[in-house]
Design a protein around this ligand. Structure first.
Ligand code: ZN
Length: 85
């Protein structure tokens, strides 16, 4: 991707991170080009927080899904204990 293509992509996305948009955060941010480290192929445009977050999970959907399951269990425990008061 050339510098011009990258700038056009950021402008067309109105500086919004692909993951932030999925969770409803439409705040414009500085974007990083996410890419597949194995193939070098470009993926989407992410804010630094989400780009770093994917890196902490080794860009592994399985690790991310395991974290989601973990958090769901934890949140359900919080709801049960809060309801028991
Ligand atoms: Zn984001």
């Amino acid at each position: 991707m050339t510098v011009e293509q990258r700038e056009a992509t950021i402008k067309s996305r109105q500086s919004r991170c692909d993951i932030c948009v999925l969770i409803g955060d439409m705040t414009p941010v500085m974007l990083c080009q996410d890419h597949d480290k194995a193939t070098g192929q470009n993926r989407g445009m992410l804010c630094s927080r989400h780009n770093l977050g994917l890196g902490h999970f080794n860009h592994s959907p399985n690790e991310l899904l395991a974290a989601v399951e973990y958090m769901k269990q934890y949140c359900q425990l919080q709801l049960v204990s809060a309801g028991g008061r």
